[in-house]
Structures are given as C-alpha cells and as structure tokens.
Design a protein around this ligand. Structure first.
Ligand SMILES: Nc1nc2c(ncn2[C@@H]2O[C@H](COP(=O)(O)OP(=O)(O)OP(=O)(O)O)[C@@H](O)[C@H]2O)c(=O)[nH]1
Ligand SMILES: [Mg+2]
Length: 477
C-alpha cells in the first residue's frame, strides 16, 4: 500500500508519523492538487520513476532510457540546457550498472542516486540552504522588478517572523516602511498589509527614496524595533536609475539581509534578472513568488546552480500565510513523487494543538478508534488547509485530477454532516447503526442511506489501515 511505504520511507519521529497518519487517513479519499510550479516537474519526474520503482534489475538500456527521459522532463520544465547537461553528466558519473546488478533492489538504489544528485543541484556544493534565523536586530531589504511580489512577500515574511517567535513564546517588534515613490498606491498597499499582520508602519516625511530610507531606519533604531522590513520600488526592467537608487538605499540603511523577490511565472528570465541584481547590488537569498501558478519551475530548480545563492522561500498564493520555506531535500522528495510529509506536518503543527493530536492518536493506537475520532480528524484536516493545497505534499498525487480532489473535498464535507447527525453513542459504537438508525441519520444530514453506508465503509477501511500499520511496525511509538 502506498501510504505504508511512505511512512516507512520517511525517517520522521514517531509523533510525526502519527500525525502524518492522521492526515493520510482522511486524505485516503485520494485527491489531487491544483497545478503548481513544482507539480509540473513532479508529474514528469515521478512518472519516469513509476517503471523504475521496485525494479528487480536495471540494464544499461534502461539506464539510457532513464537519462533520456530525465533530460526531456527537465528541459520541458524550463531548466536551462547547460544545467540539465551538467546534472546528467554528474548523475552518470555516479551510476554504474555493474554496481546496481549486485544490489538487492536496484530500482530504489537508482532512485536514491537521482535523489542525491537532485539534492546537490538544489542545495549547491555548500550543502543546505535552509531559511536563516534572521538575527535581531536587523534590517531586511526587499528588491525586485515591478510586480514581482516584493510588498506581498514583505508582509508574508513579517507574519513568518512573528509565528516563529510565537512558537518560542516570544513576540517580535517589527517595523515596516516603503521607499516606493515610483508607484502611487505602493505605500498605501504596504500600510494596509502591515495592519493585517499586526506590525508597525512608518511613513517618512521626505519623498526622496534615499532620504526616506534614512528616516525610516533612524526611526527603527530610535524606537528599538527588532526588525525593520524595508520595501523598495520596482521597475519593468533592471534599469540604471533603479540600481542607483538601490545602492544609495543600501548605503544609508546597511541591511543585514537583502532579499530578492522573483516572479516564478517568468521562467528562465528570472535567472537573468537575478544575475543582474546580483552584479549590481548583491543579495543574500531569494524568494520565488507565484509558485502556485502553472509556471514550470525549472528556474527554481536551476537557481542554485546558476547563481550560487539560495532560494529561501517560495510564494504559493496571494494570502499572507502563503509562504513556504524552500527546503531542498523536501523539494526533491516532492519532485520524485515521494511527497513532502515534513512540510505537511509543520503545517499541522501550526494549527493543531499537540495535546489534541496526541489524544486522538492514543485512542487509535489502543485500537479504540471511533467515528467521533474520525470526525475530529476531518476537522483537523480542514483546519490545516483545503485538500487542494494539502494534496500537493502527499506522495503519488500526480495521477489524480482536480475533479478527484474536488470530489474528496465534497466527501469530507458530507462525512462531517453525517457524523454530526449521529448520537454520541452511535459515534462511539458504530456497530449499533442498524437500518433504521442509518435512515434517520441520512434524513438528518440531508444525504441518502447509501452515502451513510459509504461513510461506514470508509471508516472500517481506516480501522483496517491502522491495524495494518500497527502490525507492520511502521507506526512506531
Ligand atoms: N498567486 C500569487 N500571487 C502573488 C504572490 N505574490 C504576490 N502575488 C500577487 O502579485 C501582485 C504583485 O504583488 P506586489 O507584492 O504588489 O508586487 P511588488 O513587487 O511589490 O510590485 P511593485 O510594488 O509594483 O513593484 C499582487 O496582486 C499580489 O497579490 C504569490 O506567491 N502567488
Ligand atoms: Mg510593491
């Protein structure tokens, strides 16, 4: 069973296994996500691996076929030609068909190799490029072309910093300001977003970007803010006046972090933009925005190889929570169809109290799993996010259509309504659900008796699944 393999494969801690299981149990309604940047590559690459997975023998011809398919998939995903070529050369250097002949499971050994090479491509030779611990106090400057997503990303980062601090029981004093005197409504936009996030906004008296930057910076220092997030004006192209302005702003504010925001929808062009910014003003890390779009994602994949700089975050929507750390090993797992349970679990952790998770988990472990628990799980999943969003973190989702996801979402809604129409005794002891009770429940929930039966069936399947997981030892304590 797919889920079993996944939980075994991932080396996450027992408690986390438990959570993933809770989520997967609900999501076993099987669903798919909207097409996002990485899904495009993911679909391509994971379909290549469908024939490799579990392969008992790998011949040289099969290896050649794999290289060809990988090359096509990466090029189609808009990864620059030079990057694809060097990736494949590197991969071939590390793969030896005679070594594979001796391994017990050549299919998974091959996937492991590709996994490692993709990881090296994404992380670069220096290893991990995880999101930094933004030190206090610091000024964070946002750079990028017009419409790249600077202002939105600034607000998202403020929320991220606040959430990070909250996890440690702290609160951050954050100030934001804008030196965008280029687009009329730009500063107003930031002011509105600042109010939404709950950070302070400071409007400079000067309308000269450099003087305004100095004013905002001085205010942040005088008032003891821990972070100053400073927004700048974009232009349609990397122009001399923008670069001059940015250099002067950098000089007067001395930012600890310069974050380049790139529009994920522009494909390989964003690599050229990043190069130009890097030469002119330099930057420490990038954010690739609009990765929820149907762009192909090759630029993100090739970013590290081309720029030797990290992507710290990806923007996955317009809302302020739609910012996600760009963690290479998770990304690679997603790309080759192993899902990204770690990110999913983090999302769960943010909204579901650990005690609550443990309570449900404990009952399940003891084999005492009721419809009430099933309902609580559905509510937990709903709190973590819409199926459409969650599904992108799950293994093997590439085979499912958006219609199936929608169906999954509707099914969860229906299940919720049905369980809510049951008495607490019925929820605890589903065995008492005879024909007349099912009819009453169907009437109460506005569904057919057949739909009530479907729910009971699914619930029984979940119980079987839990039993199997416990027996297999994949679900550890
Ligand atoms: N779908 C999606 N839209 C995004 C994302 N990030 C930003 N946007 C949208 O992109 C548009 C431009 O975003 P802004 O943050 O205003 O971009 P900017 O770089 O500040 O633009 P200028 O101030 O004009 O230079 C807005 O409509 C945002 O809502 C994202 O990750 N996904
Ligand atoms: Mg802006």
């Amino acid at each position: 069973m797919e889920c079993e393999g996944v939980v075994r494969r991932s080396s996450i801690r027992a408690q986390e296994d438990l959570k993933s299981l809770l989520l997967i149990l609900n999501l076993h309604v099987r669903c798919n996500c909207e097409l996002s940047v990485f899904d495009f590559i993911s679909r391509k690459i994971s379909s290549i691996f469908s024939w490799v997975r579990g392969s008992g023998k790998v011949s040289q011809q099969e290896l050649d076929k794999l290289y060809k398919q990988l090359e096509e998939a990466l090029l189609e995903a808009d990864v620059p030609y030079e990057v694809v070529t060097s990736f494949l050369t590197d991969l071939q250097k590390n793969i030896d068909v005679s070594t594979f002949a001796k391994t017990a499971n050549p299919g998974s050994a091959l996937i492991k190799q590709v996994h490692q090479r993709l990881l090296a491509l994404l992380s670069g030779p220096a290893g991990s490029n995880e999101v930094p611990n933004f030190v206090i106090p610091s000024t964070i400057l946002f750079l990028g072309l017009q419409g790249a997503g600077k202002t939105t990303t600034l607000a998202k980062l403020a929320r991220y910093l606040k959430n990070q601090a909250k996890k440690r029981g702290k609160e951050r004093k954050i100030l934001c300001g804008s030196v965008d005197y280029y687009r009329p409504a730009a500063r107003e936009q930031l002011k509105v977003l600042a109010a939404q996030v709950g950070m302070d906004y400071f409007e400079a008296t000067s309308s000269n970007p450099v003087k305004a930057a100095a004013e905002i910076s001085a205010h942040a220092k005088a008032k003891g803010y821990e972070y100053l997030l400073l927004d700048t004006a974009g232009r349609l192209h990397v122009s001399d006046d923008m670069i001059d302005e940015l250099r002067s702003v950098v000089k007067v504010t001395d930012p600890k972090y310069k974050i380049l925001v790139l529009d994920g929808m522009t494909g390989q062009e964003s690599l050229a933009v990043a190069r130009a910014f890097n030469t002119a003003v330099g930057f420490d890390g990038a954010v690739m925005s609009k990765c929820d779009s149907d762009a192909r994602g090759g630029a993100a994949l090739a970013f590290r190889a081309v720029l030797s700089k990290p992507i710290w975050f990806v923007g996955i929507g317009e809302k302020l929570d739609d910012l996600e750390g760009f963690v290479p090993d998770r990304m690679v797992s997603r790309l080759i169809g192993m899902g990204d349970l770690a990110t999913l679990l983090e999302k769960a952790d943010e909204v579901i109290d650990r005690g609550e998770q443990e309570r449900v988990a404990h009952r399940m472990m003891g084999g005492d799993f009721s419809l009430q628990d099933f309902l609580e799980q559905i509510d937990m999943v709903n709190r973590v996010g819409a199926l459409q969003t969650l599904a992108r973190y799950l293994p093997g989702v590439s085979q499912f259509s958006p219609q199936m996801v929608e169906k999954g979402q509707q099914e969860m809604k229906r299940f919720r309504a049905i369980i809510s129409s049951m008495t607490s005794k019925e929820r605890m002891i589903p065995a008492i659900l005879n024909g007349s009770r099912r009819k009453r429940i169907a009437n109460g929930a506005g569904v057919t008796v057949q739909e009530v039966n479907q729910l009971i069936e699914k619930f029984e399947q979940s119980k079987q699944f839990v039993k199997m997981m416990r027996k297999s030892g994949a679900w550890r304590r």
